[in-house]
Write a protein that binds this ligand. Structure first.
Ligand code: ADP
Length: 483
Protein backbone atom coordinates (compact mmCIF):
# COMPACT_ATOMS: atom_id res chain seq x y z
CA UNK A 1 0.00 0.00 0.00
CA UNK A 2 1.44 3.38 -0.92
CA UNK A 3 1.54 6.33 1.42
CA UNK A 4 -0.94 8.11 -0.89
CA UNK A 5 -3.61 5.54 -0.18
CA UNK A 6 -2.86 5.64 3.56
CA UNK A 7 -3.44 9.39 3.39
CA UNK A 8 -6.78 8.92 1.64
CA UNK A 9 -7.78 6.14 4.03
CA UNK A 10 -6.90 8.21 7.07
CA UNK A 11 -8.97 11.10 5.72
CA UNK A 12 -11.82 8.73 4.88
CA UNK A 13 -11.90 7.26 8.42
CA UNK A 14 -11.64 10.71 9.91
CA UNK A 15 -14.61 11.89 7.82
CA UNK A 16 -16.53 8.73 8.66
CA UNK A 17 -16.37 9.76 12.31
CA UNK A 18 -16.66 13.50 11.77
CA UNK A 19 -19.66 13.65 9.34
CA UNK A 20 -22.20 11.73 11.49
CA UNK A 21 -21.09 13.77 14.51
CA UNK A 22 -21.55 16.99 12.54
CA UNK A 23 -25.01 15.92 11.29
CA UNK A 24 -26.11 14.84 14.78
CA UNK A 25 -24.84 18.08 16.30
CA UNK A 26 -26.51 20.27 13.62
CA UNK A 27 -29.82 18.40 13.98
CA UNK A 28 -29.70 18.85 17.73
CA UNK A 29 -28.89 22.56 17.46
CA UNK A 30 -31.67 23.08 14.87
CA UNK A 31 -34.29 21.29 16.94
CA UNK A 32 -33.31 23.24 20.06
CA UNK A 33 -33.41 26.51 18.12
CA UNK A 34 -36.78 25.72 16.51
CA UNK A 35 -38.27 24.67 19.88
CA UNK A 36 -36.93 27.80 21.52
CA UNK A 37 -38.24 30.18 18.82
CA UNK A 38 -41.66 28.51 18.81
CA UNK A 39 -41.79 28.66 22.61
CA UNK A 40 -40.91 32.37 22.58
CA UNK A 41 -43.55 32.99 19.91
CA UNK A 42 -46.26 31.18 21.89
CA UNK A 43 -45.31 32.96 25.12
CA UNK A 44 -45.56 36.37 23.47
CA UNK A 45 -48.87 35.47 21.85
CA UNK A 46 -50.27 34.15 25.11
CA UNK A 47 -49.13 37.26 26.98
CA UNK A 48 -50.90 39.41 24.44
CA UNK A 49 -54.07 37.29 24.60
CA UNK A 50 -54.07 37.43 28.42
CA UNK A 51 -53.65 41.22 28.36
CA UNK A 52 -56.59 41.45 25.98
CA UNK A 53 -58.63 39.12 28.20
CA UNK A 54 -57.91 41.27 31.30
CA UNK A 55 -58.73 44.41 29.37
CA UNK A 56 -61.95 42.78 28.20
CA UNK A 57 -62.95 41.94 31.78
CA UNK A 58 -62.29 45.47 32.97
CA UNK A 59 -64.25 47.02 30.09
CA UNK A 60 -67.09 44.51 30.41
CA UNK A 61 -67.69 45.70 34.02
CA UNK A 62 -68.55 49.16 32.78
CA UNK A 63 -69.70 48.76 29.19
CA UNK A 64 -71.03 45.25 29.06
CA UNK A 65 -69.40 42.34 27.16
CA UNK A 66 -70.54 43.22 23.61
CA UNK A 67 -69.24 46.75 23.56
CA UNK A 68 -66.15 45.68 25.52
CA UNK A 69 -65.41 43.21 22.71
CA UNK A 70 -65.97 45.89 20.12
CA UNK A 71 -63.75 48.35 22.03
CA UNK A 72 -60.86 45.92 22.26
CA UNK A 73 -61.02 45.19 18.57
CA UNK A 74 -61.22 48.92 17.78
CA UNK A 75 -58.31 49.58 20.11
CA UNK A 76 -56.19 47.17 18.16
CA UNK A 77 -57.08 48.84 14.89
CA UNK A 78 -56.37 52.33 16.27
CA UNK A 79 -53.14 54.16 15.57
CA UNK A 80 -52.21 54.30 19.26
CA UNK A 81 -53.45 51.11 20.98
CA UNK A 82 -52.83 50.54 24.69
CA UNK A 83 -49.22 49.37 25.25
CA UNK A 84 -50.19 45.73 25.93
CA UNK A 85 -51.82 45.44 22.49
CA UNK A 86 -49.10 47.20 20.54
CA UNK A 87 -48.10 44.31 18.41
CA UNK A 88 -48.09 44.36 14.66
CA UNK A 89 -49.84 41.69 12.60
CA UNK A 90 -51.91 40.47 15.52
CA UNK A 91 -55.61 39.83 15.17
CA UNK A 92 -57.99 39.73 18.14
CA UNK A 93 -61.38 38.05 18.18
CA UNK A 94 -63.90 37.85 21.01
CA UNK A 95 -66.44 35.01 21.27
CA UNK A 96 -69.40 34.60 23.49
CA UNK A 97 -69.86 30.86 23.62
CA UNK A 98 -69.30 30.00 19.94
CA UNK A 99 -70.80 33.30 18.83
CA UNK A 100 -68.28 35.74 17.32
CA UNK A 101 -68.79 39.13 18.99
CA UNK A 102 -65.98 41.05 17.31
CA UNK A 103 -62.85 40.50 15.24
CA UNK A 104 -60.13 42.98 14.31
CA UNK A 105 -59.36 41.39 10.95
CA UNK A 106 -62.08 39.51 9.11
CA UNK A 107 -59.54 37.71 6.91
CA UNK A 108 -58.56 35.70 9.95
CA UNK A 109 -62.05 34.30 10.55
CA UNK A 110 -61.29 31.31 8.39
CA UNK A 111 -58.18 30.48 10.40
CA UNK A 112 -60.27 30.38 13.57
CA UNK A 113 -63.05 28.30 12.07
CA UNK A 114 -60.63 25.88 10.39
CA UNK A 115 -58.76 25.19 13.62
CA UNK A 116 -60.03 23.12 16.47
CA UNK A 117 -60.63 26.29 18.50
CA UNK A 118 -64.31 26.49 17.71
CA UNK A 119 -64.75 22.93 18.94
CA UNK A 120 -63.15 23.71 22.24
CA UNK A 121 -65.00 27.00 22.68
CA UNK A 122 -68.12 25.47 24.24
CA UNK A 123 -66.44 23.20 26.68
CA UNK A 124 -62.91 24.54 26.99
CA UNK A 125 -61.76 26.04 30.22
CA UNK A 126 -58.13 25.84 29.15
CA UNK A 127 -55.97 27.88 26.82
CA UNK A 128 -55.78 26.28 23.38
CA UNK A 129 -53.00 26.81 20.83
CA UNK A 130 -53.57 25.98 17.16
CA UNK A 131 -51.86 26.60 13.82
CA UNK A 132 -53.40 27.28 10.42
CA UNK A 133 -50.64 25.89 8.22
CA UNK A 134 -52.25 27.18 5.01
CA UNK A 135 -52.65 30.76 6.11
CA UNK A 136 -49.49 30.51 8.20
CA UNK A 137 -51.10 31.74 11.38
CA UNK A 138 -50.77 30.69 14.96
CA UNK A 139 -53.51 31.39 17.49
CA UNK A 140 -54.22 31.05 21.16
CA UNK A 141 -57.76 30.89 22.57
CA UNK A 142 -58.11 32.07 26.18
CA UNK A 143 -61.40 31.30 28.00
CA UNK A 144 -62.82 34.16 30.09
CA UNK A 145 -65.72 33.80 32.53
CA UNK A 146 -67.83 36.89 33.00
CA UNK A 147 -70.99 36.66 35.03
CA UNK A 148 -72.61 33.36 34.08
CA UNK A 149 -71.36 33.52 30.49
CA UNK A 150 -68.28 31.97 28.90
CA UNK A 151 -66.29 34.22 26.62
CA UNK A 152 -63.19 33.42 24.60
CA UNK A 153 -60.48 35.81 23.53
CA UNK A 154 -58.59 34.58 20.49
CA UNK A 155 -55.24 36.14 19.54
CA UNK A 156 -53.79 35.29 16.13
CA UNK A 157 -50.45 36.16 14.66
CA UNK A 158 -48.80 35.31 11.38
CA UNK A 159 -45.94 32.85 11.68
CA UNK A 160 -44.32 33.79 8.38
CA UNK A 161 -41.46 35.56 10.08
CA UNK A 162 -40.88 32.64 12.44
CA UNK A 163 -40.98 30.19 9.52
CA UNK A 164 -38.59 32.36 7.54
CA UNK A 165 -36.16 32.43 10.44
CA UNK A 166 -36.32 28.66 10.80
CA UNK A 167 -35.94 28.17 7.03
CA UNK A 168 -32.86 30.39 7.10
CA UNK A 169 -31.35 28.33 9.94
CA UNK A 170 -32.21 25.10 8.05
CA UNK A 171 -30.61 26.35 4.83
CA UNK A 172 -27.58 27.52 6.71
CA UNK A 173 -27.14 24.02 8.13
CA UNK A 174 -27.93 22.24 4.83
CA UNK A 175 -25.35 24.25 2.90
CA UNK A 176 -22.99 24.52 5.85
CA UNK A 177 -22.63 20.74 6.36
CA UNK A 178 -21.30 19.90 2.83
CA UNK A 179 -19.07 22.98 2.90
CA UNK A 180 -17.68 22.01 6.31
CA UNK A 181 -17.20 18.40 5.19
CA UNK A 182 -15.37 19.57 2.08
CA UNK A 183 -13.08 21.84 4.11
CA UNK A 184 -12.56 19.05 6.66
CA UNK A 185 -11.62 16.60 3.87
CA UNK A 186 -9.09 19.02 2.41
CA UNK A 187 -7.78 19.78 5.89
CA UNK A 188 -7.62 16.06 6.71
CA UNK A 189 -5.64 15.35 3.55
CA UNK A 190 -3.23 18.17 4.30
CA UNK A 191 -2.80 17.14 7.95
CA UNK A 192 -2.24 13.46 7.07
CA UNK A 193 0.19 14.50 4.32
CA UNK A 194 2.10 16.63 6.80
CA UNK A 195 2.09 13.90 9.47
CA UNK A 196 3.21 11.22 7.00
CA UNK A 197 6.01 13.33 5.55
CA UNK A 198 8.61 11.84 7.94
CA UNK A 199 7.47 8.35 6.87
CA UNK A 200 8.12 9.28 3.23
CA UNK A 201 11.57 10.52 4.25
CA UNK A 202 12.25 7.33 6.23
CA UNK A 203 11.10 5.20 3.25
CA UNK A 204 13.43 7.09 0.91
CA UNK A 205 16.37 6.62 3.26
CA UNK A 206 15.52 2.97 3.92
CA UNK A 207 15.31 2.27 0.17
CA UNK A 208 18.90 3.41 -0.24
CA UNK A 209 20.18 0.99 2.42
CA UNK A 210 21.36 -2.40 1.16
CA UNK A 211 23.80 -5.11 2.27
CA UNK A 212 26.67 -2.90 1.07
CA UNK A 213 25.89 0.15 3.20
CA UNK A 214 24.29 -1.41 6.27
CA UNK A 215 26.38 0.94 8.40
CA UNK A 216 24.19 3.88 7.31
CA UNK A 217 21.46 4.98 9.69
CA UNK A 218 18.17 6.83 9.33
CA UNK A 219 18.24 10.47 10.37
CA UNK A 220 16.06 11.00 13.44
CA UNK A 221 14.60 14.50 13.75
CA UNK A 222 12.63 14.07 16.93
CA UNK A 223 13.51 10.88 18.80
CA UNK A 224 10.64 11.40 21.26
CA UNK A 225 7.71 11.18 18.84
CA UNK A 226 6.29 7.93 17.45
CA UNK A 227 8.08 8.19 14.08
CA UNK A 228 11.35 9.05 15.81
CA UNK A 229 10.84 5.94 17.91
CA UNK A 230 10.12 3.89 14.76
CA UNK A 231 13.28 5.20 13.11
CA UNK A 232 15.20 4.35 16.31
CA UNK A 233 13.86 0.79 16.28
CA UNK A 234 14.72 0.51 12.58
CA UNK A 235 18.24 1.79 13.26
CA UNK A 236 18.66 -0.76 16.06
CA UNK A 237 17.52 -3.47 13.61
CA UNK A 238 20.07 -2.21 11.08
CA UNK A 239 22.79 -2.36 13.74
CA UNK A 240 21.91 -5.96 14.54
CA UNK A 241 21.81 -6.85 10.83
CA UNK A 242 25.10 -5.06 10.30
CA UNK A 243 26.68 -7.03 13.16
CA UNK A 244 25.28 -10.33 11.86
CA UNK A 245 26.48 -9.59 8.30
CA UNK A 246 29.93 -8.63 9.58
CA UNK A 247 30.19 -11.75 11.74
CA UNK A 248 28.97 -13.93 8.88
CA UNK A 249 31.52 -12.39 6.52
CA UNK A 250 34.24 -12.99 9.08
CA UNK A 251 32.97 -16.53 9.62
CA UNK A 252 33.08 -17.22 5.88
CA UNK A 253 36.56 -15.75 5.61
CA UNK A 254 37.78 -17.79 8.59
CA UNK A 255 36.11 -20.93 7.30
CA UNK A 256 37.70 -20.66 3.85
CA UNK A 257 41.02 -19.89 5.46
CA UNK A 258 40.72 -22.98 7.70
CA UNK A 259 39.83 -25.23 4.78
CA UNK A 260 42.56 -23.85 2.58
CA UNK A 261 45.37 -25.31 4.72
CA UNK A 262 44.29 -29.00 4.59
CA UNK A 263 43.32 -28.61 0.93
CA UNK A 264 46.78 -27.22 0.14
CA UNK A 265 48.42 -30.10 2.03
CA UNK A 266 46.31 -32.71 0.17
CA UNK A 267 47.02 -31.02 -3.14
CA UNK A 268 50.77 -30.77 -2.46
CA UNK A 269 50.98 -34.35 -1.21
CA UNK A 270 49.18 -35.68 -4.29
CA UNK A 271 51.41 -33.59 -6.60
CA UNK A 272 54.60 -34.84 -4.95
CA UNK A 273 53.43 -38.47 -5.06
CA UNK A 274 52.46 -38.26 -8.70
CA UNK A 275 55.58 -36.40 -9.84
CA UNK A 276 57.57 -39.68 -10.03
CA UNK A 277 57.25 -43.37 -9.27
CA UNK A 278 57.45 -43.98 -5.50
CA UNK A 279 57.83 -46.95 -3.23
CA UNK A 280 54.81 -48.57 -1.53
CA UNK A 281 55.76 -47.14 1.86
CA UNK A 282 56.04 -43.63 0.39
CA UNK A 283 52.60 -43.95 -1.20
CA UNK A 284 51.25 -45.23 2.10
CA UNK A 285 52.77 -42.27 3.92
CA UNK A 286 51.21 -39.80 1.46
CA UNK A 287 47.83 -41.48 1.73
CA UNK A 288 48.08 -41.32 5.52
CA UNK A 289 48.66 -37.56 5.32
CA UNK A 290 45.79 -37.15 2.85
CA UNK A 291 43.48 -39.20 5.10
CA UNK A 292 44.42 -37.12 8.19
CA UNK A 293 43.81 -33.85 6.36
CA UNK A 294 40.49 -35.02 4.94
CA UNK A 295 39.50 -36.10 8.48
CA UNK A 296 40.36 -32.64 9.68
CA UNK A 297 38.31 -31.08 6.87
CA UNK A 298 35.40 -33.37 7.65
CA UNK A 299 35.53 -32.28 11.27
CA UNK A 300 35.65 -28.59 10.35
CA UNK A 301 32.78 -28.93 7.88
CA UNK A 302 30.61 -30.94 10.26
CA UNK A 303 31.27 -28.44 13.10
CA UNK A 304 30.43 -25.55 10.78
CA UNK A 305 27.28 -27.29 9.64
CA UNK A 306 26.14 -27.90 13.23
CA UNK A 307 26.74 -24.26 14.14
CA UNK A 308 25.11 -22.95 10.96
CA UNK A 309 22.05 -25.09 11.60
CA UNK A 310 21.83 -23.85 15.16
CA UNK A 311 22.16 -20.24 13.93
CA UNK A 312 19.34 -20.79 11.47
CA UNK A 313 17.22 -22.41 14.20
CA UNK A 314 16.88 -25.53 12.07
CA UNK A 315 18.80 -27.96 14.25
CA UNK A 316 16.34 -30.17 16.06
CA UNK A 317 17.34 -31.51 19.40
CA UNK A 318 15.90 -34.86 20.32
CA UNK A 319 15.32 -35.08 24.03
CA UNK A 320 15.48 -38.61 25.40
CA UNK A 321 15.94 -40.29 28.76
CA UNK A 322 19.58 -41.32 29.15
CA UNK A 323 22.12 -42.05 31.84
CA UNK A 324 24.77 -39.36 31.86
CA UNK A 325 27.26 -41.63 33.69
CA UNK A 326 26.98 -44.15 30.81
CA UNK A 327 27.44 -41.35 28.28
CA UNK A 328 30.59 -40.16 30.05
CA UNK A 329 31.95 -43.73 30.13
CA UNK A 330 31.32 -44.04 26.40
CA UNK A 331 33.13 -40.77 25.60
CA UNK A 332 36.11 -41.72 27.79
CA UNK A 333 36.24 -45.10 26.12
CA UNK A 334 36.33 -43.43 22.68
CA UNK A 335 39.25 -41.24 23.71
CA UNK A 336 41.12 -43.82 25.78
CA UNK A 337 43.48 -44.73 22.96
CA UNK A 338 44.25 -41.08 22.09
CA UNK A 339 45.04 -40.38 25.75
CA UNK A 340 47.16 -43.51 26.05
CA UNK A 341 49.09 -42.68 22.88
CA UNK A 342 49.95 -39.33 24.46
CA UNK A 343 50.67 -40.86 27.84
CA UNK A 344 47.92 -38.84 29.48
CA UNK A 345 45.90 -40.51 32.26
CA UNK A 346 42.17 -40.27 31.72
CA UNK A 347 39.97 -40.74 34.80
CA UNK A 348 36.27 -40.63 35.37
CA UNK A 349 34.48 -39.83 38.60
CA UNK A 350 30.72 -40.18 38.45
CA UNK A 351 27.82 -41.54 40.54
CA UNK A 352 26.26 -44.92 39.70
CA UNK A 353 23.06 -43.87 37.98
CA UNK A 354 22.49 -40.36 36.78
CA UNK A 355 19.33 -40.14 34.65
CA UNK A 356 18.98 -37.05 32.45
CA UNK A 357 16.71 -35.82 29.67
CA UNK A 358 18.84 -34.54 26.80
CA UNK A 359 20.04 -34.90 23.23
CA UNK A 360 22.48 -37.82 23.31
CA UNK A 361 24.40 -36.88 20.16
CA UNK A 362 24.81 -33.26 21.16
CA UNK A 363 25.86 -34.11 24.72
CA UNK A 364 28.38 -36.65 23.39
CA UNK A 365 29.84 -34.12 21.03
CA UNK A 366 30.11 -31.58 23.84
CA UNK A 367 31.93 -33.98 26.21
CA UNK A 368 34.20 -35.39 23.50
CA UNK A 369 35.22 -31.85 22.49
CA UNK A 370 36.13 -30.98 26.09
CA UNK A 371 38.03 -34.26 26.66
CA UNK A 372 39.74 -33.94 23.27
CA UNK A 373 40.94 -30.43 24.16
CA UNK A 374 42.03 -31.48 27.65
CA UNK A 375 44.12 -34.38 26.26
CA UNK A 376 45.50 -32.28 23.40
CA UNK A 377 46.64 -29.40 25.61
CA UNK A 378 48.10 -31.64 28.35
CA UNK A 379 51.74 -32.67 28.24
CA UNK A 380 52.64 -36.41 28.42
CA UNK A 381 52.57 -37.63 32.00
CA UNK A 382 49.68 -35.35 32.93
CA UNK A 383 46.12 -36.40 33.63
CA UNK A 384 42.59 -35.50 32.75
CA UNK A 385 39.61 -36.07 35.06
CA UNK A 386 35.97 -35.86 34.13
CA UNK A 387 33.61 -35.50 37.08
CA UNK A 388 29.83 -35.74 37.21
CA UNK A 389 27.65 -34.52 40.09
CA UNK A 390 23.88 -34.24 40.25
CA UNK A 391 21.33 -32.60 42.56
CA UNK A 392 17.69 -31.56 42.43
CA UNK A 393 18.35 -28.48 40.28
CA UNK A 394 20.51 -30.14 37.64
CA UNK A 395 23.83 -31.75 36.79
CA UNK A 396 27.42 -30.49 36.69
CA UNK A 397 30.10 -31.96 34.46
CA UNK A 398 33.65 -30.74 34.96
CA UNK A 399 36.65 -31.61 32.86
CA UNK A 400 39.95 -30.76 34.53
CA UNK A 401 43.44 -31.24 33.19
CA UNK A 402 47.02 -30.58 34.18
CA UNK A 403 47.75 -29.03 30.80
CA UNK A 404 49.16 -25.76 29.52
CA UNK A 405 46.32 -23.69 30.97
CA UNK A 406 44.68 -20.54 29.63
CA UNK A 407 45.28 -16.90 30.56
CA UNK A 408 42.20 -15.31 32.17
CA UNK A 409 42.17 -12.64 29.42
CA UNK A 410 41.33 -15.42 26.94
CA UNK A 411 38.48 -16.98 28.92
CA UNK A 412 35.73 -15.30 26.88
CA UNK A 413 37.40 -15.40 23.50
CA UNK A 414 38.10 -19.15 23.44
CA UNK A 415 34.36 -19.75 22.99
CA UNK A 416 34.32 -17.63 19.81
CA UNK A 417 34.43 -19.42 16.51
CA UNK A 418 37.87 -20.03 15.00
CA UNK A 419 39.57 -18.44 17.99
CA UNK A 420 42.74 -20.24 18.97
CA UNK A 421 45.29 -19.01 21.45
CA UNK A 422 48.36 -20.51 19.88
CA UNK A 423 47.40 -21.66 16.42
CA UNK A 424 50.89 -22.68 15.31
CA UNK A 425 51.61 -25.42 17.87
CA UNK A 426 48.46 -27.47 17.34
CA UNK A 427 47.53 -26.14 13.90
CA UNK A 428 46.83 -29.42 12.15
CA UNK A 429 44.83 -30.94 15.03
CA UNK A 430 42.33 -28.23 15.75
CA UNK A 431 39.57 -26.31 14.03
CA UNK A 432 38.86 -23.53 16.53
CA UNK A 433 35.20 -24.58 16.59
CA UNK A 434 35.24 -27.13 19.43
CA UNK A 435 34.34 -24.79 22.31
CA UNK A 436 31.80 -22.91 20.16
CA UNK A 437 30.03 -26.25 19.72
CA UNK A 438 30.28 -26.91 23.49
CA UNK A 439 28.68 -23.53 24.20
CA UNK A 440 25.94 -24.10 21.62
CA UNK A 441 25.14 -27.57 23.07
CA UNK A 442 24.98 -26.12 26.61
CA UNK A 443 22.63 -23.35 25.55
CA UNK A 444 20.48 -25.87 23.69
CA UNK A 445 19.98 -27.59 27.06
CA UNK A 446 19.44 -24.21 28.79
CA UNK A 447 22.76 -24.64 30.54
CA UNK A 448 26.07 -22.78 30.67
CA UNK A 449 29.77 -23.44 30.49
CA UNK A 450 32.51 -21.72 32.49
CA UNK A 451 36.27 -22.03 32.60
CA UNK A 452 38.86 -21.51 35.30
CA UNK A 453 42.51 -21.96 34.61
CA UNK A 454 46.07 -21.04 35.48
CA UNK A 455 48.65 -20.96 32.73
CA UNK A 456 51.08 -23.85 33.15
CA UNK A 457 48.98 -25.59 35.81
CA UNK A 458 45.86 -26.74 34.00
CA UNK A 459 42.25 -25.83 33.30
CA UNK A 460 38.80 -26.78 34.53
CA UNK A 461 35.80 -26.50 32.21
CA UNK A 462 32.49 -26.74 34.12
CA UNK A 463 29.17 -27.39 32.45
CA UNK A 464 25.92 -26.78 34.38
CA UNK A 465 22.75 -28.26 32.92
CA UNK A 466 19.35 -27.92 34.54
CA UNK A 467 16.98 -30.89 34.49
CA UNK A 468 14.81 -30.63 31.37
CA UNK A 469 11.02 -30.50 31.49
CA UNK A 470 9.80 -33.69 29.78
CA UNK A 471 7.22 -31.76 27.70
CA UNK A 472 8.05 -32.64 24.09
CA UNK A 473 10.66 -35.05 22.87
CA UNK A 474 11.74 -32.68 20.10
CA UNK A 475 12.35 -28.98 19.92
CA UNK A 476 14.19 -26.56 17.69
CA UNK A 477 17.60 -25.46 18.73
CA UNK A 478 18.68 -21.91 18.20
CA UNK A 479 22.07 -20.78 19.30
CA UNK A 480 22.95 -17.38 20.71
CA UNK A 481 24.04 -14.89 18.01
CA UNK A 482 27.20 -15.91 16.18
CA UNK A 483 30.23 -14.86 18.15
P1 ADP B 1 40.49 -26.04 18.94
O1 ADP B 1 39.98 -26.90 17.85
O2 ADP B 1 41.52 -25.06 18.49
O3 ADP B 1 40.84 -26.78 20.16
P2 ADP B 1 38.45 -25.00 20.56
O4 ADP B 1 37.32 -24.09 20.27
O5 ADP B 1 38.11 -26.33 21.10
O6 ADP B 1 39.27 -25.09 19.25
O7 ADP B 1 39.38 -24.25 21.56
C1 ADP B 1 39.74 -22.92 21.36
C2 ADP B 1 41.06 -22.60 22.01
O8 ADP B 1 40.95 -22.69 23.45
C3 ADP B 1 42.12 -23.59 21.67
O9 ADP B 1 42.77 -23.22 20.49
C4 ADP B 1 43.05 -23.52 22.86
O10 ADP B 1 43.97 -22.48 22.68
C5 ADP B 1 42.15 -23.18 24.02
N1 ADP B 1 41.80 -24.37 24.81
C6 ADP B 1 40.70 -25.11 24.77
N2 ADP B 1 40.71 -26.10 25.68
C7 ADP B 1 41.87 -25.97 26.36
C8 ADP B 1 42.49 -26.70 27.42
N3 ADP B 1 41.90 -27.72 28.01
N4 ADP B 1 43.68 -26.28 27.85
C9 ADP B 1 44.28 -25.22 27.29
N5 ADP B 1 43.77 -24.50 26.28
C10 ADP B 1 42.57 -24.86 25.81
Amino acid sequence: MTLGTIRVRLTFWYLLVFVPLLIAFSTYVYSQLAGDLRGQFDTALLRLGESAANYFKVLAQTKGPSSAAETIVQELRSAEPIPALRVRNVTLAVFSGDQLLAISNHDATYSISSSQVLLSLRTGMQNVFATDEVAQRRLVAIPVRFGSENYTIVALETIQRLQANLRFARNLILFGIPATVFCAAIGGLLISKKSLEPVVTICGQAERISAHNLNERLAIKNPKDELGHLAGVFNALLSRLDDSFRIMREFMAEASHELRTPLAIIHGEADVSLSQVRSDSEYRESLDIIRDQSKRMTRIVSDMLALARADAGRQLIHLEELYLNDLLEECCHALKKVAASKNVRLEIDSPEDCPFLGDEELLKRMIVNLLDNAIRYTEPGGYVVIRLTSDASGVKISVSDTGIGIASSDFERIFQRFHRIDASTYADQCSGLGLAIVKMACEAHHGSVTVSSQPGRGSIFTISLPHQEPRGSQRTLSSSPIS
